[in-house]
Design a protein around this ligand. Structure first.
Ligand SMILES: NC(=O)c1ccc[n+]([C@@H]2O[C@H](COP(=O)([O-])OP(=O)(O)OC[C@H]3O[C@@H](n4cnc5c(N)ncnc54)[C@H](OP(=O)(O)O)[C@@H]3O)[C@@H](O)[C@H]2O)c1
Length: 202
């Protein structure tokens, strides 16, 4: 099958990301997968995916390492941004511990995408960025105009909802000011087999 192009999956070893990597490889893409620790056994399942030995390249990058992200995105047409702190979250100082990777991280990803002239960025957001608002009228459909209430998230110490809502704001603001083609998806609960250490992708 002819090479379709290069796509980067940021946070490639994660649950959803592993399925994205598998799908991209199966469709003939060359995949750049960023992980924080390429040597970590928890990422080993990716190497066993079909075509991984030829078409999957591991790159070490934390969301806070801008230069590493730029390097990872070089030559890529598309980037899937899935890397994000996820629950359970035990945070002592959320504004520092969480907001740094959650706000600065996605900003770094988008800026590095613009720098690398990536054509489209898909940000994996969450229903958590939409759902947390006590003021939403009953039965009214939630759409792109509506996001979780950040003050409500803070007051209820719902750091995950807050982090995903902040990340959405960052993504849309950056897309507006830079012209970068950014798409966000807001899944609720994702139920697939876990393609990691104790499981394998079918
Ligand atoms: N699973 C669901 O039901 C669900 C539902 C809605 C939305 N989502 C969203 O989907 C995305 C992926 O979730 P998941 O369930 O696949 O979670 P996951 O398996 O825990 O994957 C999260 C990934 O993010 C990486 N990560 C965390 N902080 C990072 C940082 N500072 N720099 C670089 N990488 C970092 C982790 O890398 P390490 O392995 O190095 O820690 C891990 O690979 C998240 O954005 C989540 O909010 C998930």
């Amino acid at each position: 099958m002819a090479e379709k192009g290069r796509v980067c999956v940021a946070g490639a070893g994660g649950y959803i990301a592993s399925w994205v990597v598998k799908l991209l490889l199966s469709k003939g893409y060359i995949v750049h997968g960023t992980v924080r620790d390429p040597g970590d056994e928890k990422n080993a399942h990716l190497k066993k995916l079909e075509k991984a030995s030829d078409n999957l390249k591991f790159l070490k990058a934390d969301l806070l390492q801008y230069e590493a992200l730029c390097h990872a995105f070089e030559g890529c047409n598309g980037v899937f941004q899935t890397a994000s702190p996820v629950p359970p979250m035990t945070v002592v100082n959320p504004e520092v511990e969480l907001m740094e990777p959650v706000v600065k991280g996605p900003f770094n990803v988008l800026k590095a995408c613009a720098e690398a002239k990536v054509k489209r960025v898909v940000v994996v957001s969450s229903g958590a960025a939409v759902d947390m608002s006590p003021r939403w009228p009953e039965r009214k459909v939630k759409d792109e105009t509506f996001w979780s209430d950040k003050e409500c998230c803070r007051a209820t110490k719902n750091w995950y909802c807050l982090s995903k809502t902040e990340a959405e704001s960052v993504a849309f603001e950056y897309a507006k000011t830079s012209g970068l083609d950014v798409v966000t998806v807001c899944p609720t609960l994702v139920l697939e087999p876990i393609p990691a250490v104790h499981y394998k992708c079918k």
